[in-house]
Design a protein around this ligand. Structure first.
Ligand code: COA
Length: 249
């Protein structure tokens, strides 16, 4: 089974994390598959909306830390993450997510690019960037304060403690808390409704609401440069080692 499953339900493209044994940690190959699927939807008239799903109790634990460790010790970063971030920042079709269980790192910052997010009561979100010796990514340093205000964005992105689904709803990061057994159905229902709307009016309205994305793309690049620099720092290497050692211990 592929680590990312791409399927269709009517006019909705579903992109599903499928690496539950590793808490859906995202590898470079997985970023590439997601970027390709999202990019392909841009000019596909048969796709009216994209949906991101995980597995029961696991949306995703974020970037694969083994991949991070490889970069920290000299491997090339590769362009897959950048391709994925550009795809979520500039994609033409509505992007929705259903979050059940844990969402960490880029699993959270991705949500800031979504047009609609529903989460189950047992969902929680955490972005431990600074604890890992890193900096916020995916444009979150711009999008989070914009949508939730400075203090809550700082709490999320720098203090790095868990946000419950309820707290995320209050912060405006998710639309609604939906019981886990209804979550995917409700997200798909909303996605199907969007996909059934007049495409041009939908696209124009979405563009008006989201605004010019040049600033978001520029911020992603700015963050990425600092992120890449920090990945090779002792602070980050030590944090990744601590995770690996916990695994080994
Ligand atoms: N990268 C690589 N592997 C990961 C991972 C990640 N981001 N998150 C989890 N895994 C792996 C674990 O190493 C473990 O692998 P193993 O079974 O081969 O030992 C497996 O997934 C299960 O994880 P585990 O830590 O045992 O599950 P848990 O329920 O106790 O904890 C988390 C879940 C998500 C809290 C914990 O795994 C974690 O903190 N992961 C790192 C998250 C992170 O920092 N992401 C990057 C953000 S920038």
């Amino acid at each position: 089974m592929a680590d990312i499953e791409v399927s269709r339900e009517g006019r909705v493209q579903i992109i599903r994390f499928n690496r539950a044994d590793k808490k859906n940690a995202i590898t470079r190959a997985m970023y590439k598959t997601m970027a390709d699927a999202l990019n392909a939807s841009n000019d596909d008239a048969d796709i009216g909306a994209n949906v991101l799903f995980g597995q029961p109790e696991v949306f995703t634990s974020g970037n694969d830390l083994v991949d991070f460790m490889a970069v920290a010790t000299g491997a090339e970063h590769g362009g897959e993450v950048g391709e994925y971030l550009k795809a979520i920042a500039t994609g033409k079709k509505p992007l929705l997510a259903g979050v059940d269980g844990l969402a960490v790192g880029v699993g959270v910052t991705t949500l800031l690019h979504c047009d609609l997010v529903y989460a189950s009561p047992r969902a929680w979100m955490q972005t431990p960037f600074v604890d890992l010796g890193l900096v916020p990514e995916a444009g979150s340093s711009l999008l989070a304060p914009r949508s939730m205000g400075h203090q809550r964005a700082f709490e999320l992105l720098v203090l790095g403690e868990r946000f419950s689904a309820e707290k995320a709803e209050r912060a405006g990061m998710i639309n609604r808390v939906v019981e886990a057994h209804d979550l995917e159905e409700q997200v798909l229902d909303a996605a199907s409704k969007l996909a059934a709307k007049p495409p041009q009016a939908l696209a124009l309205s979405r563009q008006l609401i989201r605004g010019d994305r040049d600033d978001v793309v520029a911020r992603i690049l700015e963050e990425s440069a600092l992120f890449a620099q920090q990945l090779k720092s002792d602070e980050a290497r030590n944090a990744f080692m601590a995770f690996m050692n916990k695994k080994a211990g």
